[in-house]
Write a protein of this length. Structure first.
Length: 245
């Protein structure tokens, strides 16, 4: 018996689930898995048939997919750097935000007490995103799951990385320079290459008369960040992370 003919899924529910599938870009072979993923404990006959167990599994899968993406996308970042970005990307706030963007609140299956609330709590939105990840995995395996997670979170990864390190190395170098040398670092453009639409820039950080190993970047902001990181490494007696040649 197909899930469409299941006594647990009438025509109205089948249409409801179809709307969710269209929104997330994945069609379930077993609609009952999707129904369970959307069912809050308040709307379930028993908590074991709610989305709580799927939330547990989805949280682990989400973390694994994001970790692999970060590992491959940012080979120059250390473990601590990757951990900071991951913690932002897989946070409850981010999961709730993605659910809101996808409009998943309209597909949640809630108990009568919950349906009287004008707004779905962010915690429920975060839960349903994680449970949907588990549902896709249980229904179709890892390949479509990774595709779904990466499609939703790629922009969040970029934003988190930029927010975390967009001013971080420069800020760290500035604090160190002001504390140790009572001065502010400056950045010197040494070279640039490539066509106008795809230039690379070579920049070095300076503290007073001391110039540190320069770094190349795809834009001036990135080059300055990398130059600041090189300066921090040199000041700490470590090998600069970004070669200048």
């Amino acid at each position: 018996m197909s899930s469409e003919d299941s006594p647990d899924i009438g025509p109205g529910m089948f249409h409801h689930l179809g709307g969710c599938e269209e929104r997330i870009g994945y069609s379930f072979k077993d609609k009952l898995i999707l129904k369970a993923a959307l069912t809050h404990a308040s709307g379930a006959e028993h908590r074991l048939v709610s989305n709580e167990r799927m939330e547990f599994l989805g949280d682990a899968i989400l973390g694994a997919v994001v970790c692999e993406r970060l590992y491959r996308q940012y080979p120059e970042y250390l473990e601590g750097d990757l951990t900071k970005i991951k913690s932002i990307v897989v946070s409850r706030q981010t999961c709730a935000k993605i659910s809101e963007v996808l409009g998943l609140e309209k597909f949640l299956i809630l108990g009568k007490g919950m349906t009287t609330h004008p707004n779905v709590p962010p915690s429920l939105l975060a839960d349903v995103f994680e449970s949907l990840i588990a549902a896709i995995y249980l229904d179709g395996g890892m390949e479509p799951t990774k595709k779904f997670v990466e499609a939703q979170l790629a922009p969040e990864i970029e934003t988190a990385a930029n927010d975390q390190f967009g001013g971080n190395f420069k800020s760290m170098l500035q604090q160190l320079a002001q504390r140790k040398y009572s001065t502010t670092p400056t950045y010197q453009l040494l070279d640039e290459k490539g066509p106008d639409h795809s230039k690379c820039f070579k920049i070095a950080a300076k503290i007073g008369d001391s110039r540190f190993q320069p770094a190349w970047g795809q834009n001036k902001k990135q080059a300055e960040q990398r130059a600041a990181r090189n300066a921090l490494d040199e000041l700490l007696g470590e090998e600069p992370l970004y070669p200048s040649e």
